[in-house]
Design a protein around this ligand. Structure first.
Ligand SMILES: NC(=O)c1ccc[n+]([C@@H]2O[C@H](COP(=O)([O-])OP(=O)(O)OC[C@H]3O[C@@H](n4cnc5c(N)ncnc54)[C@H](O)[C@@H]3O)[C@@H](O)[C@H]2O)c1
Length: 339
């Protein structure tokens, strides 16, 4: 594709994150055009199309997949549809950006990766944290050797509110949330792979939903093949707002990142000092979400994936699956057992 050609993007899924990605394509990403929106919920597709002045809204995903004018798709449907949508889009020759998790099983992940490879289309996955300035800078310093050898790594996610526990998919704490942390830990220890995990998880926020399989709090220890040890943790209800942090401790120093404060403004009053926090992921990672799509558009033009690939998404998925087995069987699980 010519470097200066406008990349026409079809959005599949107009829910919470799909709407934000659609808005990014329409308003914030140079060289891209939001050409069509598909969502089985007709109203969701139409409402977003109206708001973003997008010419086409449909309930039929095939309309986007088979449209010869569309160069690329953004898949923001629920996770259980991801791998099938990737296969369909790739077979139709579309470049693919897919939200995490890319798939729910290793077999599905392999099918998606194979379809993109066979069709020679790029496949990028939505691990947006890599695009946050602090995370990107930390990774650059690790790769440059400034921290020496990584020895201890940590990554945590605390979501601000568990709004409707009935809508949370099974094992979401690992498959939808900690999967970000798993990608981050791998990003910070490049060239190394996790060999073993031990995970514990419980329903501490909503114990009444435990019998329905909803676990809302988890802690994972991970061991890399270069000896580094890591820790990941998540909780679905942080009273004070969105909290995502990371840390890498190496033989020559340490880097930390993440700040729950919305900005460094501090309000001084009779009750002390107050700093507002972020309540929405699209506020916390606003620029990172945009940057990953800027890179995706460059990837559509060059055909070369620079960001998180299908293979990276498969590796993070394997960690989530190993954690699920670890919790289920109450024992450490070697990655080889789930691959
Ligand atoms: N990277 C991030 O930080 C981040 C943040 C939020 C969500 N996500 C991921 O994005 C995905 C969607 O999450 P969400 O919060 O936007 O969910 P959502 O429920 O708000 O939206 C999903 C939308 O997809 C539509 N849909 C259902 N089946 C579909 C299909 N077969 N084809 C097309 N559309 C379909 C639904 O009608 C709905 O409008 C999940 O995999 C989630 O993990 C990622």
């Amino acid at each position: 594709m010519k470097q200066n050609k406008t990349v026409k993007v079809g959005l599949i899924g107009a829910g919470a994150i799909g709407s934000f990605h659609g808005e990014s394509i329409a308003r914030r990403v140079p060289g891209a055009q939001l050409a069509a929106i598909a969502d089985p919920a007709a109203e969701a597709a139409q409402r977003l199309a109206d708001r973003l002045h997008c010419a086409s809204a449909t309930t039929d995903v095939q309309q986007i997949i088979t449209d010869p004018d569309i160069d690329a798709v953004i898949i923001a449907a629920p996770a259980r549809f991801h791998s099938e949508l990737i296969v369909m889009a790739a077979e139709a020759g579309k470049a693919v950006f897919c939200e995490k998790p890319m798939a729910l099983t290793i077999e599905e992940a392999d099918r998606a990766i194979a379809a993109a490879r066979a069709a020679k289309v790029p496949l990028q996955v939505g691990f947006n944290r890599r695009y946050d300035n602090a995370w990107a800078e930390a990774q650059r310093s690790i790769v440059a050797g400034e921290l020496g050898t990584p020895q201890l790594l940590r990554s945590l996610t605390r979501d601000p509110e568990l709004a409707d526990p009935a809508r949370v998919p099974p094992w979401a704490i690992f498959l939808e949330t900690l999967i970000h942390d798993f990608d981050t830990l791998r990003f910070f220890n490049p060239g190394s792979e996790v060999i073993e995990v031990y995970a514990i998880a419980d329903a501490l926020v909503r114990p009444d939903f435990k019998s329905r399989g909803l676990l809302d709090t988890a802690l994972v220890s991970l061991r890399f093949d270069n000896g580094a040890m890591a820790c990941a943790e998540a909780n679905f209800q942080a009273a004070y707002g969105y909290d995502v942090r990371g840390e890498v401790f190496g033989s020559r120093g340490m880097v930390t990142m993440g700040d729950v404060r919305r900005s460094n403004a501090a309000y001084f009053g009779a009750n002390g000092i107050n700093s507002p926090t972020t309540q929405l992921n699209i506020d916390l990672f606003h620029d990172a979400y945009t940057a990953q799509l800027v890179e995706f558009v460059a990837t559509v033009r060059s055909g070369e994936v620079q960001g998180p690939s299908g293979e990276a998404a498969r590796a993070a998925l394997a960690l989530a699956l190993a954690c699920i087995r670890s919790v289920t069987e109450a024992r450490p699980v070697r990655l080889a057992e789930v691959l």
